[in-house]
Design a binder for this molecule. Structure first.
Ligand SMILES: *Cc1c(COP(=O)(O)O)cnc(C)c1O
Length: 388
């Protein structure tokens, strides 16, 4: 069991203050360093992004915008309107442009859907990404479906269908793979689920981590976004922040019925992308860029799964199965998750996420993201040292 020294405890208290101020999200690495300058952060294993994809984006940004001087245009002029960017994506996604809604990050789409289409009752699986219950209007009832530790936090599809049939909510949310545990619902099970639940008014499927999941060793990703054509109640939410490592530019899109897109656009969201987000979207539809991206995507998935394997060899930790780029980890040696996260940060410069604010988790849990292979090696080395 880990014990902090008096000095470490003082710093740990200051970390807690920052965490509390950030609510159910983590303070960014910049905030932490600004407020606690004596900390040295070597690895940010809190933020869930593919660092190789960030490198790739920055390369293109430098070559196409900075070196050419075109950055001025991107900053000086208005970006394209929502529907224009949607049209750009339409061809690449193979989805009708009128069914695509661009968001200033996926979070804006989540808010728009919950505020406009969720009425009386929602079913949310827990543990989850907190916005799905925090953004709800006051009069919406939330039914929490607890994913069970004994079932490795995997969704029990039949039990879930039964619950939804019994509760009759107007909205349900499925994050695939789920945050914070990385549990994945296979494509064919999804089809079954959506067919069974056709009576639900709004089925939100959040595919923000889908690029990290795979069903066989072709590593092909299986989005269900195209099913919106046949299932008008489906809303697929996609953040670009994690798989492309570009949270700072705020880019996301939603795929939903034409009626929903046009009704959302009637009252706002006209210029909700930035020039940089538009630059990203224009890159995202280019074949040459996607080819390069595919390379770093698969490389990152392979390294991530190797990292999870190494983590799971540490007997004081229970690593839950994940097809995302992070793992939910239970501390088995009696250490509190807050203390563990503080120790990793203060003594070793590794920033991780405590999960003690996540509803639906009984026990001491942390979440560790996968980073570059060097950074992952640092994390493994440190954990082995802690537990040796
Ligand atoms: C991070 C995250 C989002 C929000 O992504 P942004 O595009 O950065 O707003 C949405 N859903 C889930 C499940 C996430 O983890």
């Amino acid at each position: 069991m880990i014990k902090l020294t008096h000095e470490e405890n003082l710093i740990a208290d200051r970390i807690k203050v920052l965490k509390n101020a950030a609510g159910t999200h983590s303070p960014s690495i910049f905030t932490v360093l600004e407020k606690i300058p004596e900390l040295e952060i070597k690895v940010d294993a809190c933020f869930l992004s593919n660092p190789y994809a960030t490198d790739l984006f920055v390369e293109h940004l430098k070559e196409k915008l900075i070196d050419t001087g075109k950055i001025r245009d991107v900053l000086e002029f208005y970006p394209s309107q929502n529907a224009v960017i949607a049209e750009l994506l339409s061809n690449y996604l193979g989805i009708n442009k009128q069914s695509i809604f661009i968001g200033n990050g996926a979070i804006e789409i989540i808010q728009a859907i919950l505020h406009n289409y969720t009425r009386k009752k929602i079913v949310v699986n827990i543990p989850t990404f907190s916005s799905y219950y925090e953004f709800l209007k006051n009069n919406t009832e939330v039914v929490y479906n607890k994913l069970l530790k004994e079932e490795n936090f995997e969704l029990n599809i039949d039990a879930y269908i039964e619950l939804v049939k019994k509760e009759k909510p107007d909205t349900i949310v499925l994050i695939n793979p789920n945050n914070p545990n990385g549990g994945y619902i296979k494509y064919k099970n999804f089809i079954y689920l959506i067919e069974e639940l056709s009576f639900v008014n709004t089925i939100i499927v959040d595919e923000s981590f889908i690029h990290f999941a795979y069903e066989d060793y072709s590593f092909e990703m299986k989005s269900i976004a195209h099913l919106v054509e046949s299932f008008q109640n489906l809303v697929v939410v996609k953040s670009m922040s994690k798989d492309f490592g570009i949270a700072g530019i705020r880019a996301g899109y939603g795929v939903m019925s034409k009626d929903r897109v046009s009704s959302l656009l009637k009252n706002g969201y006209l210029w909700n992308s930035s020039g940089l987000a538009e630059f990203f979207f224009r890159l995202y539809i280019r074949e040459d860029f996607l080819k390069e991206y595919e390379h770093v995507r698969v490389k990152y998935i392979r390294e991530t799964q190797t990292y999870f394997n190494k983590l799971s060899k540490i007997k004081e930790l229970k690593v839950y199965p994940s097809l995302a780029n992070f793992a939910l980890i239970e501390l088995l040696d009696g250490t509190k998750s807050d203390e563990f996260v503080s120790t990793l940060l203060i003594r070793y410069g590794i920033y991780s996420r405590t999960c003690n604010d996540k509803i639906g988790l009984d026990g001491e849990f942390i979440r560790l993201a996968s980073r570059t292979s060097e950074e992952n090696a640092t994390i493994i080395h440190t954990l082995n040292e802690i537990f040796s």
